[in-house]
Design a binder for this molecule. Sequence first.
Ligand SMILES: N[C@@H](CCC(=O)N[C@@H](CSS)C(=O)NCC(=O)O)C(=O)O
Ligand SMILES: [Fe+2]
Length: 257
Amino acid sequence: MLTRCTARGLPSARSLSAVAERRRAAEFLQLFDGDAPDGGGSSTYTYILADGGAAVIIDPVLEQVDRDLAALSASGLTLTLAVNTHCHADHITGTGELKRRLPGLRSAIARAAGAKADVLLEAGEEIGFGQRRLRVLETPGHTDGCLSFYDPSLGAVFTGDALLIGGCGRTDFQGGSSERLYRSVHEQLFTLPDETTVYPAHDYKGRRSSTIGAEKASNPRLTKPLAEFVDLMANLNLPYPRKIDASLPANLACGVF
Ligand SMILES: N[C@@H](CCC(=O)N[C@@H](CSS)C(=O)NCC(=O)O)C(=O)O
Ligand SMILES: [Fe+2]
């Protein structure tokens, strides 16, 4: 699945050349690693954001690297940074393979993730591409090193597994803490403008986005008082992700080459 949207406030694409038109359309791409019939998919959303020909990718998936490279190439984009919202437990990141195929590409993850990357990010830093900036928000709780990225020009926040649509990341491994997650969401994400679009790292029901206002009003977990949230999170009884044993060591090393 490939969803193309454009950022606001830019000149009409009609006046641009074919490559420039495709480049403009790729200022925001949402790509999906579906839940394959063999059970191999991860239901992960990967995002490509671009401006002025420079692109960043958020949460690439190893098995989808060819797809991502084709999308970049079709739009004439140069990928400058591959960033992971956290050390994923359910799939191997495509970061390492992208670095192998695109010499010069840099990787990024939270310093607090304890993983290997070229850039170790902390709260308040910004990721630049063209004229655009992504603001780094620390949103731990699903893991110790979870980041979200706020894009003021798109009016969007990329929340990884911290805030899912009508849900949130589990807190039963990787240093998870439901108290920390609750604070992260309420203090870092729910304080963004209500109209901010929420783009998560996963959805298991085919939904693509939400808004901060909608999640504040009706997220069945995070609208509860803290004590009820903690109790609920302690009783999710979810099976561990199928690929956790391969994913964690690979992702601590930025993905396998
Ligand atoms: N079935 C999937 C894994 C499902 C899962 O555990 N998802 C995580 C995010 S990936 S670490 C999660 O936090 N889910 C929260 C929830 O409420 O579902 C697999 O086997 O890969
Ligand atoms: Fe996760």
